[in-house]
Ligand binder design. Structure first.
Ligand SMILES: NC(=O)C1=CN([C@@H]2O[C@H](COP(=O)(O)OP(=O)(O)OC[C@H]3O[C@@H](n4cnc5c(N)ncnc54)[C@H](OP(=O)(O)O)[C@@H]3O)[C@@H](O)[C@H]2O)C=CC1
Ligand SMILES: CCCCCCCCCCCCCCCC(=O)[C@@H](N)CO
Length: 352
């Protein structure tokens, strides 16, 4: 893919595991990885979507090599044992994954006091535990199992731009994406001696199914603050991710504002155009506090206009939830979308 220099993220003939692959970025990346010659295992909870994605990937890539395969595993990664079942499956098939893409995650925007305890715990589970448990359960096998000596391994985590600027509306989500950043930074040091590279994605907005869903409860003030990151398509996002991974980046950004915000807090972070980032960091040191104060003021204005935040975003969501439940009942489906709690129904189910 890289025109100049080496491709630092070769995927041909590699085995890639992608979590969060039932829709959105995970599905788009699975498709592209298969097109580029990788074998791919798609992982998420919703079996119906996974099965249809696998079918679609196979049908849309008729020139895949005879050694390539694409499969799915339906598992709830927030349950540690389900990750162990994935490990056992890999061992039983003598599969040696080269790359782990940990993309499962989603946000439920809203004001802190309006969120339910379930919203809060879903935020922790879906955004943090899915990656933490998955990598931990697979780690020993992942670092030891090599189909050839010297085999390079790669873990790709998915944080978000909000890890670099925390603002109202994402409180159920952005602290967890910061935890993912910290997890990636820690693993990068610790797994390097095992020959494992760790990269972290910091995407700006992109128009996935999850993004459409989150907009249903997103406060107007949150939409206004994040307006600097206009949604790109899922396809564009997947292309940018692969492009920058090919360049060898440890931190991957999908739009300018994400790179700028990351440059405002460089610290010990890996650099992307590091010299330029030092200048941007200087600008940030001077102006960022004023942007923060301006946003504080905007939040106060929104609060005064609404007469408080109580009840914001709730009703719209409940109506949509009810419609979805009715739709699913009509279809006779048993597994829901991310909006309807399907976690308790999911089991680890492997299908070739
Ligand atoms: N869209 C955006 O604007 C941005 C998104 N991101 C991040 O990028 C990643 C992909 O986002 P996007 O494509 O929008 O995601 P979506 O919300 O569209 O999809 C989320 C995926 O995660 C899976 N998932 C959720 N919970 C679990 C679970 N317990 N076990 C296994 N899989 C699970 C879902 O599958 P299922 O329900 O079938 O289990 C689904 O495949 C996420 O981590 C997101 O936080 C970051 C920045 C911006
Ligand atoms: C000079 C500096 C000005 C700074 C202005 C502040 C801009 C904030 C942009 C934040 C964009 C957040 C995108 C990711 C959101 C996300 O992760 C969810 N959509 C998840 O699905």
């Amino acid at each position: 893919m890289a025109i100049f220099g080496n491709n630092k993220f070769p995927v041909k003939d590699k085995l890639v595991l992608v979590t969060g692959a039932s829709q959105g970025l995970g599905y788009a990346l699975s498709q592209k990885l298969y097109e580029q010659g990788a074998s791919v295992i798609l992982i998420a909870r919703n079996k119906t979507k996974l099965a249809s994605n696998v079918d679609h990937i196979i049908k849309s890539t008729p020139n895949a090599s005879s050694t390539q395969f694409v499969e799915y595993i339906s598992a709830d990664l927030t349950i540690y044992e389900e990750n162990i079942k994935i490990l056992n499956y890999l061992k039983s098939k003598n599969y040696h994954p080269d790359i782990l893409f940990c993309l499962a995650g989603s946000s439920h925007p809203g004001f802190f006091m309006e969120l339910t305890p379930d919203d809060l715990s879903q935020g922790i589970d879906i955004n943090y535990k899915t990656a933490l448990y998955f990598i931990h359960a697979l780690s020993k096998y992942f670092v030891q199992s090599k189909s050839q000596p010297g085999q390079q391994k790669h873990i790709v985590l998915c944080s978000s731009t909000v890890a670099f600027y925390h603002f109202t509306g994402y409180i159920q989500y952005s602290p967890m994406k910061t935890a993912i950043k910290a997890l990636g930074d820690s693993l990068r040091q610790e797994l390097k001696p095992y020959g494992v590279k760790v990269s972290t994605l910091f995407p700006g907005n992109f128009a996935s199914e999850g993004y459409t869903e989150e907009n249903l409860t997103k406060p107007a003030i949150t939409q206004s603050i994040e307006g600097a990151s206009q949604p790109i398509t899922v396809e564009q996002c997947a292309d940018k991710v692969l492009y920058w991974l090919n360049k060898g980046d440890h931190y991957v950004f999908t739009d300018l504002i994400s790179w700028v915000l990351a440059s405002f807090s460089l610290g010990f972070n890996p650099r992307n155009f590091g010299v330029l980032q030092v200048f941007v960091a200087f600008v940030g040191a001077v102006v960022a506090r004023f942007v923060g104060l301006l946003h504080e003021h905007d939040v106060q204005v929104a609060f005064d206009k609404l007469g408080g935040f109580a009840g914001e975003g709730k009703n719209k969501k409940d109506d949509v939830k009810q419609e979805k439940v009715e739709e699913l009942l009509d279809d006779g489906q048993t597994v829901g979308t991310t909006s309807i709690d399907s976690s308790s129904k999911a089991t680890t189910d492997v299908k070739k």
